[in-house]
Design a protein around this ligand. Structure first.
Ligand code: ATP
Ligand code: MG
Length: 657
């Protein structure tokens, strides 16, 4: 597209924003007003003007959003060799740390540990300070540590931030947790941001190198950026201040991650000369849907007033449907979708079912499967949580990173190679006391007689095997996928699976997922310019934390009904949306019903995000009873339903009761 064509596709305010490229710019606007369109067009315009694409950095919130943006930009400027960097905060930090982390005392091939390993590490640390699980659960410890890390609280000062006994214990575990991670040359998800922050604060030359990479920086979904993330970007743009952020305070749904509504306007206090552009025309939803959204969000007190006008007349009214229970809710929606596909020329991909919690999609899933309607679930249990996949990932991690002890401990005796728990414990104890790597500790333990020759040798044989695999993955004459397949073969991993499960169907699914893993390695190899095991593992580690799995973008493109949480629907749009389970305790979520007004406001924003995903048709549903712990319980319709309806509609609804 030519620059003229590019700007012609925008309205005057959008154009104003897209063509303001120098200096700080804040675009503050409601849902569906073209914020994402503005920043993608802005990138295209910059590139057309002669800016090298890789001098532009765009940061978004999920991997999915990043991929979507990359696609939109490709549509605008065509396929090019040099591309803008479109990244999440976390993958940006990984990139920076891979270049610079050595000054912080890590090696460049650090691993990012996954949730499961994080939990076993937390358990190990709690045990070492003799804290019972009944006093502090590993998961709770991790939640406290994560909050501290997000707020930039270091282990030294954590004690001062402890509010109760549990937090005090957590503050004692904090230092140990960090030390053990570091000994494994590993970082957790929160560290990515924290370490980059430290790097920028303490190593000006590293900061300077990173600053020199980009001339223009943009942030989408700015309302969900927390202080730490903002500080990083602020540091990156310091020399030119060419920073454009776009967001909507009404869609801020990550307060628990430290993003605050008031934060969006603090942009001006950081950049007093910032230009502010407001967009007021919504191009996504019909007027009826937008009325519902506007009415709902007007109940929030903490917000900035915004005008949001629709540009599309409604063909269908917004519907409110009540069902006797959650099974009927799923059945009726399934029936309607199948009718619309069969008789009304609709595609499965026109439909999305949005829900608040991860327990809800099950009923819809079985219903759609029964009707043979293609569907995909986004944001549910990740493929990478399956045992087989985690095992094989652990193999690849220890191959890529010899100090990754979490990975090592996971697979050292899987498949069985007669290395017993006592042996492992002896070696671990020694390794911690000596501060030596696992296999070195093994040799020392044999030398000192602590470990029998026989037990020790089976461990050392495994070390030899690891070396062989490491060499295999390092050769350039076969692809990563081939190396992985050979590894699986030499482990006889498939026979292990066949032995472990009785039912043929189970064996089949497991074997399929192993094959899928190899396929996803092949996909990765095709997709990137310089495929390396390390960067494949990074990609997985990051994706895993997203509400989306790895190939979810591919799934999103499929012609299938989408089942997804409201959180993961952010930024997306669908012709026909069902927002289901509109009940007190689900939306608003139970936790917030018992919480403060701010908590309810956050849930209301979440409902607002859900409503504004719909382009043509919106149906809000609730079930009068819902099973909980196996028993049907009466429900109360969500307060948001009353807020969404006009007074007249509410009166009619009461009469109909
Ligand atoms: P959200 O707040 O949900 O992230 P957004 O503000 O980022 O929404 P976009 O996703 O960029 O909005 O745009 C919403 C829809 O409106 C998209 O389908 C987009 O192509 C369309 N759109 C945006 N601007 C225009 C325009 N000027 N003319 C026609 N369509 C437009
Ligand atoms: Mg957007």
């Amino acid at each position: 597209m030519t620059p003229r064509e590019l700007t012609a596709s925008l309205n005057p305010s959008q154009r104003d924003a897209a063509t303001t490229v120098e200096g700080p710019l804040l675009v503050l606007a409601g849902a569906g007003t073209g914020k994402t369109r503005v920043i993608t067009t802005r990138m295209a315009l910059l590139i057309n003007r002669g800016t090298a694409a890789d001098r532009i950095l765009s940061v978004t919130f999920t991997n999915k959003a990043a991929k979507e943006m990359a696609e939109r930009i490709r549509e605008l400027i065509g396929r090019r060799k040099v591309k803008p960097l479109i990244s999440t905060f976390h993958s940006l930090c990984v990139k920076i740390l891979r270049d610079e982390i050595e000054v912080l005392g890590y090696r460049k091939n650090f691993t990012i540990i996954d949730r499961g390993d994080q939990e076993s590490l937390a358990r190990e640390v709690l045990r070492s300070i003799r804290v019972q699980e009944s006093t502090l659960k590993p998961g709770d410890l991790l939640a406290i540590l994560s909050r501290w890390k997000t707020n930039g609280v270091q282990p030294e000062s954590a004690g001062d931030h402890a509010l109760d006994d549990r937090e005090f214990l957590a503050s004692m575990a904090y230092r140990k947790y960090c030390d053990r991670l570091r000994a494994r040359n590993s970082v957790d998800f929160d560290d990515l941001l924290l370490l980059t922050d430290q790097l920028f604060a303490k190593h000006p030359d590293a900061l300077k190198r990173q600053q020199d990479k980009f001339d223009y920086v943009q942030i989408d979904e700015y309302q969900d950026t927390n202080q730490l993330q903002f500080r990083l970007i602020q540091a990156l743009v310091r020399s030119h201040n060419n920073l454009c952020v776009v967001g909507d305070d009404d869609q801020s749904i990550y307060a628990w991650r430290g993003a605050e509504v008031k934060h969006i306007l603090s942009f001006q206090s950081h950049f007093p000369t910032a230009k502010i552009v407001r967009l007021e025309d919504n191009y996504r939803c019909t007027d009826e849907i937008l009325n519902v959204a506007n009415r709902l969000v007007s109940f929030n007190r903490e917000r900035h007033h915004k005008v949001l006008r629709s540009t599309k007349k409604a063909v269908e009214p917004v519907r409110y449907e009540k069902f006797s229970d959650e099974v009927t809710e799923a059945e009726r929606i399934g029936l309607e979708i199948s009718y619309m596909i069969a008789k009304k020329n609709r595609q499965p991909s026109d439909f999305a079912i949005l829900f608040r919690t991860n327990e809800q999609p099950r009923a819809f899933e079985s219903e759609l499967r029964r009707r043979q309607i293609p569907y995909v679930i986004l944001g549910s249990q990740s493929f990478f949580d399956r045992k087989e996949i985690r095992d094989l990932m652990a193999y690849m991690r220890i191959i890529s990173q010899p100090r990754d002890e979490s990975a090592l401990l996971r697979i050292i005796n899987t498949p069985a190679r007669s290395i017993g728990t006592t042996t492992i414990e002896k070696i671990m104890k020694r390794s911690i006391i000596e501060g030596s790597p696992f296999f070195e500790a093994t040799r020392n333990a044999i030398a000192s007689g602590e470990l029998s020759e026989r037990a020790g040798q089976s461990v050392l044989r495994f070390e030899e095997q690891l070396k062989t695999w490491r060499a295999m993955f390092a050769t350039t004459n076969q692809s990563l996928g081939q190396s992985l397949r050979k590894l699986i073969e030499s482990l006889k991993y498939k026979s292990e699976v066949e032995r472990s499960y009785k039912e043929p169907a189970q064996v089949q699914t497991r074997l399929e997922s192993i094959e899928q893993l190899a396929d996803s390695v092949d996909d990765y190899t095709r997709r990137v310019a310089n495929p390396r095991l390390q960067s494949f593992l990074d990609e997985i580690a990051l994706n895993d934390r997203d509400e989306f799995g790895t190939d979810k973008k591919k799934e999103l493109d499929q012609n299938a009904v989408k089942l997804l949480t409201i959180h993961s629907a952010k930024g997306l749009e669908f012709p026909r949306v069902y927002l289901v389970g509109m009940e007190e305790g689900l939306l608003p979520h139970k936790r917030s019903v018992e919480g403060t007004r701010q908590d309810i406001e956050e849930e209301r924003r979440l409902a607002y995000v859900g409503v504004t995903r719909a382009q043509e048709s919106l149906t809000l549903t609730f079930a009068e009873t819902r099973r909980k712990w196996g028993k049907p319980r009466k429900t109360v319709p969500s307060r948001f339903l009353f807020e969404m309806r006009s007074d007249k509609q509410n009166e009619e609804a009461v009469e109909a009761e």
